[in-house]
Design a binder for this molecule. Structure first.
Ligand SMILES: [Zn+2]
Length: 212
């Protein structure tokens, strides 16, 4: 099986898993994978992640030109912005999962990092989570914001919308996304309780040992 065919199947498999776990609903959310030649496979516009057809997944060039398959998601442009800034990224996951979206709808004093470092895994797999301003769906101005944040962050949160998470493989990006959603859940569970997030020293140690 070719590299492209394998990644088409992988997108279908992970789409079904995310839909089955209620992390994706309706036709919301999109997944992409960057191939060795720099082109990108991305889920098509108005498709449901639970019912993808491998053959119809869109293939676009690095500048967004459709090369094969159905027309890409209206949000494909911000996947391209992430790839542009992160040469090592091979996959991007963007979903509208409930707890993360809820965090994106809160008032935050500090937009540089909107979830507390509650666990080591959140620090290792997600890192700091900046909040980007709200843009209407499809507004290309979002690309500039994403580009700026992507340079230093593998995960970011779009206000009143949801997270964008990248990784060195689709599995890595999906697992980091799941860690983020679970951290958002923990954040709400601990609201109103005295919490003890990781200390700056503990975070610095994780960054040294695990190279974040
Ligand atoms: Zn979206």
């Amino acid at each position: 099986m070719s590299e492209e065919a394998q990644h088409r199947d992988e997108i279908v498999r992970f789409g079904a898993v995310l839909y089955g776990k209620n992390l994706a609903h309706g036709s919301a959310g999109n997944l992409s994978v960057r191939l060795d030649d720099g082109s990108i496979l991305v889920t098509p516009t108005n498709s449901s992640l639970g019912f993808l057809d491998a053959e119809r997944i869109s293939k676009v060039s690095a500048d967004g030109e459709l090369l094969a398959g159905d027309p890409p998601s209206k949000e494909a442009f911000f996947h391209l912005a992430v790839y542009e800034q992160r040469p090592a990224a091979r996959a991007v996951v963007h979903l509208h999962s409930t707890h993360s979206v809820a965090v994106s709808c809160l008032c935050h004093d500090d937009h540089a990092d909107v979830l507390p470092p509650l666990t080591a895994y959140a620090v290792m797999k997600v890192g700091k989570l900046p909040l980007l301003p709200y843009f209407r769906p499809g507004d290309r101005q979002l690309a500039a914001s994403v580009r700026e944040a992507a340079t230093a962050h593998r995960a970011m949160l779009l206000a009143n919308h949801g997270p964008i998470v990248s990784g060195a493989s689709l599995a890595e990006a999906v697992f980091a996304y799941e860690e983020l959603e679970e951290t958002a859940k923990l954040f709400f569970l601990t609201q109103g309780h005295k919490t003890a997030p990781l200390t700056a020293a503990a975070i610095a140690e994780l960054n040294v040992v695990f190279g974040n």
